[in-house]
Design a protein around this ligand. Structure first.
Ligand code: 3H9
Length: 682
């Protein structure tokens, strides 16, 4: 079948797009549709045209791989203009996910028929873009400015029923093509461009304020608001011109390049060397979780919400019941926020059982331990799981740092042991680090990736090392932040600098939130040469003084409810330890703070790749963006190097090595090699 084909029956033409996997609107598709429409316009036997797609979805948007290349006619806006000029009724028959340019094709049609399970949306903001094929001009004319602003700035798609109620869809159907053809028979031409929309000035100013916090640092949502305002203020053609100009600016921006990089990086991360669709996987229906703390409960929620049965084990009956209540509380909060129904909550809670006996876990397909971060305790738990596990059961650990190869020796099935590292809160954070040991089988790794998709997590593969990808990198950032305190920077200055860089919060605010004692305890088990003791000396002293962070009312800051203020003790401690370690205190610029923190991440990232812990640099970007909120418009630390220049980054790392010693700042050989090969000028 060709990429675009036409069939005519009973005076209704059906134009079918067949461009797997998601019918992206590549040049071949646009060209094919354009030619088909021009033929049908001149064909007197045709009264109306239905546009429809083969495969699993209506067009999922423009072809993202074409962005950044010179536009080739017909561009999507040119095709939309042809559709506007089309003289016969045009009906979009949409199934799957009609997104971005795909939805805009629907909006350029005169009517929209949707499959009952279909969704439509304008997710361009997730790519650092705004709709660029009429979406900002047609949607407000159809459903009003306010609802359009919500859809466009959130990027969230809506379901068919909602689309029907908003007037986006004209018909929702269970037999899409057949109903769309019948629907087409008595229709007349009706163009959205001829409608008018209106809204007061204040709507747009208020909307910018409303999204200011969530969209801090991003360009695209604000550009999209301006474009919707233009839809209300100017005529359609002027609006389209404005939209095109802003869209082209965004395509060329570093923001969109970074966000497009993350889009493909996320999909690339799911590809594992040596594993493909023919690799066998195991069925996971029953999951055991050992440990009913915040982590264990969050992990359990993931599986319950995806329709799996969970048995949660705690040491005592009281602890088991408390865990059940914690899970119930998470669900009750979801219901109260309208994220799920009472019926869905009841189904999830019915699938949960709690126990104190390992024997009750014998039917589990997957067992995950989420107990105290201590090698001996974890080994004991894994050994108990091994004793009751059925053949083929996967035994997983949620450790954040520990050596899983060693842990696996506590079982008789090392090839079935894997790390599934969730991030707190586990039912919300999108990343799942899948940690393979030297012995984990491909079947178990492939199953973990399949499972991640089922529980809607973004998986990234890591090898075993202290802290894996995420926490190993974060330790380097934490080390530099700690040293900067001793060298004269304040907690507030370090945090503000990193916040301004785009991180959701600074390192010290993050430590206060998570609890400073967790890291202090983890480091207490390390040998002195495994980390820079000086960098974490203030942390240890704060914990000794009972200041463990928000939970004790003080840590790096002092807390009064949600308000935080300077904690004078921190400065005193920093001076004391600076003296002890003979560190000269001075004014430190924000540039130095930013570069020390970010370049430490980058250097470690290259080391992680060269050691084979991560498969590729883009996996590291996914980890840091999804686990720690590295600003997506900067694409992750490794992509950010492209923006800065490899040679510049290496030069600064060499300078830091000369000034602060090369124990931590020794440049990664991979970085050196790439910088040498790079043709950029410093
Ligand atoms: C836009 O439309 C701009 C316009 O307003 C204006 C233009 C002038 N292009 O995600 P999956 C690939 S911007 C190229 O694993 P799923 C993807 O990389 C666009 N390729 O499947 C992957 O390749 P591979 C607005 C694309 O079932 C394969 O397809 N639209 C595109 O989990 C399968 O993808 C969007 O932002 C694309 N547009 O999810 C929607 N989309 O197999 C982006 C996908 O080699 N797409 N690929 O790794 C999605 O959100 C999801 O792909 C979708 C399916 C929900 C559709």
């Amino acid at each position: 079948m060709s990429i675009v084909s036409t069939s005519i029956n009973d005076n209704i033409a059906v134009v079918t797009i067949d461009n797997p996997p998601v019918n992206a609107l590549s040049h071949a598709v646009r060209d094919g549709v354009s030619k088909a429409l021009s033929e049908l316009n001149n064909n007197d036997t045709v009264n109306a045209v239905v546009i429809h797609c083969a495969g699993r979805t209506f067009c999922a948007g423009a072809d993202i791989t074409e962005f950044g290349k010179p536009p080739v006619s017909p561009t999507l806006p040119e095709l939309m203009a042809e559709m506007d000029e089309f003289s016969k009724p045009l009906i979009a028959a949409m199934h799957g996910t009609a997104l971005g340019g795909g939805f805009e094709v629907g909006l350029a049609c005169h009517y929209r028929v949707m499959d009952g399970r279909a969704k439509v949306g304008l997710p361009e903001v997730n790519l650092g873009l705004m709709p660029g094929a009429g979406g900002t001009q047609r949607l407000p004319r159809l459903i009003g400015a306010e609802k359009s602003l919500e859809m466009i700035t959130s990027g969230k798609p809506i379901k068919a029923e909602k689309a029907l109620s908003l007037g986006v869809a004209d018909l929702v159907s269970d037999d899409l093509l057949c109903d769309a053809i019948n629907f087409a028979k008595d229709k007349t031409v009706r163009r959205i461009r001829d409608l008018k929309c209106d809204a007061g000035e204040e709507l747009f100013a208020d909307f910018k304020k409303k999204i200011a916090r969530k969209s801090r640092g991003f360009l695209a949502p604000f550009a999209a608001i301006d474009a919707v305002k233009v839809a209300c203020d100017l005529d359609f053609d002027a609006g389209i011109e404005f939209e095109r100009e802003k869209f082209m600016e965004l395509v060329a921006s570093s923001h969109s390049k970074a966000q497009r990089h993350l889009f493909f990086a996320e999909r690339q991360a799911a590809k594992v060397d040596g594993i493909d669709k023919n690799t066998a996987t195991r069925d996971i229906n029953n999951v055991a979780v050992v440990g009913g703390g915040i982590m264990g409960c969050g992990i359990a929620v993931n599986f319950l919400s995806s329709g799996m049965a969970v048995t949660l084990l705690e040491i005592t009956g009281d602890a088991a019941n408390a865990a059940k209540q914690k899970i119930e509380k998470i669900y009750a909060s979801n219901v109260s926020k309208g994220r799920m129904t009472d019926t869905q909550m009841a189904a999830a809670m019915n699938a949960l059982s709690v126990t104190t006996s390992y024997d009750d876990l014998s039917d589990s397909d997957l067992m995950i331990e989420a107990v105290f971060e201590d090698m001996n305790i974890k080994k004991e738990v894994l050994s108990k799981l091994d004793n009751v596990a059925k053949d083929g059961a996967i035994i997983a650990t949620n450790t954040s740092f520990l050596d899983i190869d060693e842990m696996a020796t506590a079982t008789s099935r090392v090839s079935d042991v894997i790390g599934l590292h969730f991030f707190s809160p586990a039912h919300i954070m999108p990343l799942l680090e899948i940690v393979k040991t030297d012995n984990t089988s491909n079947e178990v790794i492939a199953t973990a990736f399949k499972l991640a998709k089922k529980i809607r997590k973004t998986p990234v593969l890591s090898g075993v090392c202290y802290g894996f990808i995420a926490n190993r990198m974060s330790s380097c950032y934490g080390r530099e932040a700690g040293l900067l305190l001793l060298e004269g920077a304040s907690v507030e200055q370090v945090d503000q600098t990193m916040y301004d860089f785009g991180m959701p919060m600074g390192m010290f605010s993050m430590l206060d939130m998570a609890g400073i004692d967790i890291g202090v305890m983890a480091r207490s088990k390390l040998s002195d040469d495994a980390y820079d003791k000086r960098a974490f000396s203030v942390h240890a002293a704060l914990v000794d003084a009972g200041h463990k962070g928000q939970k004790t009312g003080a840590g790096f800051y002092e807390y009064d409810g949600r308000d935080k203020k300077k904690h004078a003790l921190v400065e005193e401690l920093a001076e004391e330890f600076a003296k002890k370690y003979n560190i000269k205190r001075d004014d430190i610029s924000s540039k130095e703070i930013e570069e020390r923190c970010i370049f430490a991440l980058i250097n470690e990232g290259y080391k992680i790749v060269e050691e084979g812990i991560a498969q590729r640099t883009s996996d590291i970007d996914v980890v840091y963006a999804f686990a720690f909120g590295f600003p997506r418009y900067k694409g992750g630390p490794m992509h950010y190097v492209e923006h800065l220049g490899l040679k510049y980054v290496l030069k600064r790392i060499n300078e830091f090595a000369a000034k602060y010693g090369d124990r931590w700042w020794r440049p990664s050989p991979l970085l050196v090699k790439l910088a040498e090969e790079s043709e950029e000028n410093v």
